[in-house]
Design a protein around this ligand. Structure first.
Ligand SMILES: NC(=O)c1ccc[n+]([C@@H]2O[C@H](COP(=O)([O-])OP(=O)(O)OC[C@H]3O[C@@H](n4cnc5c(N)ncnc54)[C@H](O)[C@@H]3O)[C@@H](O)[C@H]2O)c1
Length: 376
């Protein structure tokens, strides 16, 4: 079994190391900050102890997993790794690792091609985009770039399956699948609020109660952090050459600027202070359906457009949204159930009303409606 190297042991690096060690690999984790390496080691022990306590792992399994991970402050320990994950310092890594070692980046925002461009042998470069927390979230986006050699993406996909993950292969494009397709969940919710149609609580109620989403958009943004969520949106918006579909929201920017970051700062769209009274939604079914239909139509439009541009297969797009962000159904499967013609009608209605490019339906959606086709 190949040895796995991880560079950086913050939130993502330590989670990924845990996943690889649980799958049976020897793992070396390097962080330039030795204090961080120590902290990650201590926190892993705590996480494993909790899993033993809950009966999810035996003491022996836990000891073996901890025993397989080595936290180091010297890159030379990567010498005989088969796979190294992270994006920084790839050039230095290449001098240390074997010629056939796969180099993978967990970047959410940089292009895999640009990271690979520093390498002598960029054909070994691939993106492996894990979701936070890595030990719990099944999805891994496997991202071959223009330089990646034939067959490497499939090899990585197989490896991720062996690690108990749900891999989806996706083109090296901004936001990959999830951070692209999910944008309207936040953006359209914010827009509906800005238009004065409904407040945060009512929009969240519509999406959870009527839509079956585990969390409403505002509750979720408060979880993710408004600063983080805003930056992802801004990055995607700029990366798509300012396509209006991804336009960020002033409401979110102002909340972020005000320090209303969400749970982590004690206040976001909601107040998380102890004893704070939460606002009541307006449980109006007609209004709720209007909100749900509008956000869902925008989400489905993104998913359909991603199919049109060959970003990923329809199966992988549905997998990504259910396994990466816990959507109750794959968006394309959902569109079959609602009827693509109904989704198109919602979008065309918004497009006519506002005259904004933001609401333009994907060409593929129009074509499929015309031909009476479904996704499955
Ligand atoms: N946090 C998320 O939700 C998330 C999800 C998917 C992907 N990512 C991506 O994962 C990466 C890391 O994110 P994170 O949230 O774990 O960050 P983090 O700040 O928690 O951890 C980064 C770690 O890398 C170390 N580091 C930085 N430069 C280094 C170097 N040159 N050599 C060795 N170690 C170095 C730092 O000391 C730190 O411990 C980013 O590229 C991010 O885009 C993050």
């Amino acid at each position: 079994m190949m040895k796995v190297g991880v560079v950086g042991c913050g939130t993502m690096g330590s989670g990924i190391a845990q996943v690889a060690a649980t799958a049976g690999h020897e793992v070396v984790v390097y962080d330039k900050n030795s204090e961080q390496a120590y902290k990650a080691g201590e926190s892993l022990k705590k996480i494993m102890a909790r899993l033993v306590e809950k009966g999810r792992k035996t003491q022996e399994e836990s000891d073996a997993i901890i025993g397989r991970i080595r936290f180091i402050d010297d890159l030379s320990a990567f010498d005989n790794c088969g796979l190294v994950i992270k994006h920084i310092i790839f050039k230095e890594l290449e001098d240390v690792v074997d010629a056939d070692c796969i180099l993978a980046t967990n970047t959410s925002s940089l292009s895999v091609a640009s990271i690979g461009s520093v390498l002598e042998h960029p054909e070994r470069m691939v993106g492996l985009h894990f979701f936070n927390p890595a030990p719990l979230m099944p999805l891994v986006e496997v991202v071959p770039c223009v330089q990646t050699k034939e067959g490497l993406a499939e090899e990585c996909k197989k490896l991720m399956e062996d690690w108990g993950k749900a891999p989806a292969i996706v083109k090296d494009t901004p936001g990959f699948i999830v951070n692209r397709v999910a944008r309207p969940f936040y953006g359209e919710a914010l827009r509906i609020y800005e238009e004065g149609i409904a407040d945060f609580a009512t929009i969240d109620w519509a999406m959870t109660e009527l839509g079956g989403f585990r969390m409403g958009p505002f509750t979720l943004m408060d979880y993710i952090g408004n600063d983080v969520n805003y930056i992802v949106t801004e990055t995607v918006f700029a990366s798509f050459y300012y396509d209006q579909r991804y336009k960020p929201s002033f409401t979110q920017k102002r909340h972020s600027e005000a320090g209303y970051l969400g749970r982590k700062s004690g206040r976001g769209y909601y107040d998380y202070a102890e004893g704070a009274v939460q606002p009541e939604p307006t449980k109006d079914e007609t209004l709720g359906k209007e909100i749900l239909n509008r956000i869902l139509a925008m989400l489905i439009n993104e998913a359909v457009d991603a199919v049109f541009w060959n970003i990923a297969s329809k199966e992988d797009i549905d997998l990504a949204m259910t396994k990466g962000v816990n959507y109750p159904k794959g968006l394309l499967k959902w569109s079959d159930e609602i009827g693509l013609a109904n989704v198109l009608a919602t979008l065309e209605d918004l497009e006519n009303k506002f005259g904004e490019d933001r609401y333009r339906p994907s060409y593929l959606m129009k074509k499929m409606v015309e031909e009476g086709r479904t996704f499955y």
